[in-house]
Design a protein around this ligand. Sequence first.
Ligand code: F6P
Length: 341
Amino acid sequence: MRFGVLTGGGDCPGLNAAVRAVVYRAARSGHETVGFLDGWKGVRDRRVRPLTTAEVADAILRGGTLLGSSRTNPFRSEEDAAKVLATLRSESVDVLVAIGGDDTLSAARELHRRGAKVVGVPKTMDNDVAATDWTFGFDSASSVAVDALERLRDTANSHHRVVVLEVMGRHAGWVALATGLAGAADATLVPEEPYDEASLLDRVRAGVRQRGFALVVVSEGVDLGTPKGTVAGTDQFGHELLREREVGAALARRIEEATGIEARSAQIGHIQRGGAPTLFDRLLATRLGAKAVDLALDGRFGTVAVLRGSEVLGVPLDEALRENKRVPAAWLDLLHTFEPR
Ligand code: F6P
């Protein structure tokens, strides 16, 4: 069997570990692997390279993706879709392992519906893929954000300021939740809860009263009621480019105006997605990459390798794509337990 592998969507730590696991697990059973460059774009345009175990041996240590990535949607036109199928035929790829978030996996599902043999591996720093308890990339990205918040704390403390940290996460608040909870923020705003300015200002004032400064974490997907038309464009899958809303900066301005306390903001953006994966992400990516190969060897095409509890298993792509996984009430309740009063 000849495996193909691609990494699509936003990069995140752990992708190389997953690619490495695919290559090694396939090689163990005597199968070779080729990598497609820059996500679906590489399949469409037939840009491919062989992958040996020697080449990927140390890949688990590194961030980014050695294959490159893109947000290309290969099913935007029938012409592109035909090119994708033609590449798989001409490269004699029997099974394609698609490593990505919702968009990459929805393209994988479409390819499977068109008759190709596909298995998926979920990844995203947003942690918003349904059917898996955690996605790799999330732990690494959130650890970077916690580190940033700790550094901002020093300045907030020295200058008796309010500092707002804006983190990524799209329309799910997992990264903000983890950052606020693990980094001891005074207030954490997530898209799962409606924006309540009065409650935010209460928490900020209480934080300043208690310690002389306040830290606020806000997810990029929080809607502050900004007038429509001020947002930037969309990507190939139709998603709004949230960073350009700059909710962190807007929030800092509102806090300063309302409280008279000096406020600053920081948007750490793609810094969250860079660097070496954490231990958790290395292990999760390795397990899921290996599982994807096992699923293919068992003939379970159209499935995704996921983590449930401590087990890795395969579920249908449809199940993994049913809905975006958002932060549930129990996590929000825990988060609010630690806010100043
Ligand atoms: O989906 C991962 C993610 O990092 C989101 O949190 C963020 O909104 C988006 O990607 C940024 O995308 P890009 O790298 O295309 O700017």
